[in-house]
Design a protein around this ligand. Sequence first.
Ligand SMILES: [Zn+2]
Ligand SMILES: [Zn+2]
Length: 269
Amino acid sequence: MDSLHFQCFGTGSSGNSYYVGHAGGGILVDAGLSMRHIRRSLKAIGVSMASIQAVFVTHDHTDHIKSVGALSTSFGIPVYATPKVHAGIESNYRVTQKIGAGKRFIQAGDSLELGGLHITAFPVSHDASECVGYSIAYAGKRLTIATDLGYVNHEAAQLLGQADYIVIEANYDEEMLRRGPYPLRLQERIRSNSGHLSNRQAACFLAENYNKRLKSIFLCHLSRENNTPAQAYSTVKEELEARQIIVGRDVEVIPLERLSPSKFYIFAS
Ligand SMILES: [Zn+2]
Ligand SMILES: [Zn+2]
């Protein structure tokens, strides 16, 4: 019971969902993939729907909330989000099944205890109704998820800095975005402080804030058009190694796949 469990079911504009838990059950962070994908992923790691304590929603973009209503109404799973994000889910016409009685409220800065997990919500800067990240502690280990953010603000930096395991956005390669197919206005939105984090921004943050506690860096929300896993990985490796932080020796760096589940990680304490 003393290990923290983690798996990414898929991440990026086609849908995001993470499982974080322990041998007795856990939570989902976001449910932006289809119900079928989420159920199949949970089944593959031997986690029953009944042992999912809640879904914690980062923000109300469809790639993070597609199945929250279905999880709530079909399986009675509570859905935590800020009041503004709940209102955003309610008015998002792409979410056909709504949450109903399963609504639970959380604010940036709040912490709560659920099924042995200690969960803290923190604000991040992004162009949704509101956006938070989550930091989850269990048995002396901390995993912090910061996805969909224009820049790393103070609150995110603090909880990323205390983590043993980090999930951080590496959305785009700056050069690929500049030369790529996106119109200028969309490029500007992505680059803005309420857009997405580039490989270089994530890499610089990680290099500047590395400490010995940190074991694994998972790169999430990679763009299909403006990034590749190899590009994200090499940018982060380059910035870390410029500061003598050696990937493979001091820390591991894992780009998460867009469409398929990651390995199932059991972080022993
Ligand atoms: Zn997203
Ligand atoms: Zn978003």
